[in-house]
Design a protein around this ligand. Sequence first.
Ligand SMILES: [Fe+2]
Length: 249
Amino acid sequence: MLQIFSKKYYLRDLLEGFVDIHNHLLPGIDDGAKNANISIELIQGMKALGVKQFISTPHVMQDFYPNTDETIGNSYNQLLEALPVSLKSEIAINPAAEYMIDDHFETLLNDGYLFTLKSNYVLVEMSYYSPPINLEEILFKMITRGYKPVLAHPERYSFYHNKKDYYKKLKRLGCQFQLNMLSLSSHYGKHVEQTAYYLLDENLIDFIGSDVHNQDHVNKLSELFVGNKKINENLKKTIANTKNVFSVI
Ligand SMILES: [Fe+2]
C-alpha cells in the first residue's frame, strides 16, 4: 500500500522558531485585529504553530488607514499592556508597517522617515487593480536612500500573472519579494497559488510571511498542506532565510 509510505507535510512542521515579518496583529488601526483581546488570540494561535517573533505591519494607506508613528506606537503600547506576562516572556513583538505605494508614501520617503522591518528593510504593497505608474522610479528612490524594498505578496497582483517576466525585472531593480503563506493554497484563488509556486520554483522569493488579519487565517495556516513525501526545497530555503535575516531572539 503506497499510502503507508506517504508522509504529508504541513507548513506548521516547518515553523519552529519562525519570525513572522508580515501580519496585522496590532489592535484597532487597520483591517486586522479589532482589539487587544483579538490580538492576543491571534498571537497565541501563531505561537502554537511555532512562531516566536512577530514584526507587526499595519497598513499605512492614505485613503483607508492613514497610520502614523503615533497611531502605530499607541496601538503597540496598548497591546504590550494587555499581553499576559507569561506570553510576553515567550515571544518578541515589534512594530513596523506595510506601506501602500501612494502619494503619501512618496512624501514619507522624501521626508526621510519610514518604519523598517529591521535595519533598512521596508515592506511595501500596491493596489490589486493596477501598479503605480512610477513604481520603478519609487523603487529606485528607495534604494538610493539606503532602503531595501520588500514587495509584499507579489503573487497576489493579478496584472502580473500573464507577464511573469516582469517579476524578474523587479528583482533586477533591487526589489525583494515576500510570499504570503496562504498563497500556497487556494485561499486567494488558483492563479495566485500557481504564481506562488512559479515564483518559488524560479527562486525569486526572498521571504515568507503570514499576512494574518484574523482567526480564519490562523485556522487555515494551521492546516496548510505543503507537500507529499517531499517539501519544496525553495520553500525551506525561504523560511530559513526569513529567520536568518529577521530573527532577533
Ligand atoms: Fe498585509
